[in-house]
Write a protein that binds this ligand. Structure first.
Ligand SMILES: NC(=O)c1ccc[n+]([C@@H]2O[C@H](COP(=O)([O-])OP(=O)(O)OC[C@H]3O[C@@H](n4cnc5c(N)ncnc54)[C@H](OP(=O)(O)O)[C@@H]3O)[C@@H](O)[C@H]2O)c1
Length: 209
């Protein structure tokens, strides 16, 4: 699958390297493909990964992953707003307020993105675990859960497979209305990761009896 990753940082870079290893074609969507940081990431990703300007990268891909700070989302969306029919995986967490896009009570970053990108099928995923865990999702005998939500069943099926490719157990929690819960879950992860005696090597898992 051709995967565009917008945001070549902790999350985007980690996902890109893992999916490239699993045989996917990675195109990083960046502001400047020629910076040393991007060139280094391309070398680390290998497998013929490329970097292009955001719109070109999205156009050439089957699936787009949004992994920029929430504050940058307006600038990114402005560039791709006219594209249609694409799947967009939203990994952002609105930790810092985005003055351009204040979130109303009960809303979520994912729903705001979906409202503006009406031609995209938005799935919220990969936002409830620290990027440092993505390269090894095994915790004892269990695998971390990738909680996801979205309104398009076919898009969620594709994202579930991409989650399994990374080593997650995929868990569909419902429509995009559930994104607010997943963004709150990310806040819980961050809070726990900073607790003395806990730290960032943690993940959420739904346990069944
Ligand atoms: N870090 C985590 O553990 C974690 C886990 C789950 C979810 N998240 C969420 O995932 C998102 C990314 O987090 P991160 O830790 O990966 O951030 P990061 O390491 O700071 O990387 C962000 C990337 O976004 C790029 N970027 C910023 N503005 C852009 C724009 N206008 N167009 C294109 N690219 C742009 C940056 O490029 P430059 O290098 O050019 O600035 C950078 O490569 C955030 O919303 C965060 O809340 C993070």
């Amino acid at each position: 699958m051709k995967i565009c990753i917008i945001g070549a940082g902790n999350v985007g870079g980690s996902l890109g390297k893992i999916w490239a290893e699993k045989g996917h074609t990675i195109i990083y969507g960046v502001r400047n493909p020629l910076t040393p940081k991007v060139q280094t990431l391309l070398e680390e990703t290998g497998h013929s990964a490329t970097a292009e300007l955001v719109k070109d990268a999205v156009q050439k891909s089957d699936v787009t992953v949004l992994a920029t700070p929430w504050e940058a989302v307006g600038e990114v969306i402005f560039q791709i707003i006219d594209l249609k029919g694409k799947i967009l995986i939203d990994c952002t967490n609105p930790i810092q307020p985005n003055p351009e896009w204040p979130l109303s009570q009960g809303s979520s970053a994912a729903e705001e993105i979906a409202k503006r990108l009406s031609g995209f099928k938005v799935v919220k995923a990969f936002n409830t675990i620290g990027a440092g865990n993505l390269s090894d999702l095994t915790f004892g005998s269990l695998h971390a859960d990738a909680f996801m939500c979205g309104d398009d069943a076919e898009a969620k099926k594709i994202v579930s497979q991409l989650a399994k490719d990374i080593g997650f157990d995929a868990l569909d929690v419902g429509g995009l209305r559930s994104a607010e819960m997943l963004e709150s879950l990310a806040k819980l992860w961050i809070t726990l990761a900073y607790q003395p005696g806990i730290g960032p090597n943690i993940a959420f898992k739904l346990l069944h009896k």
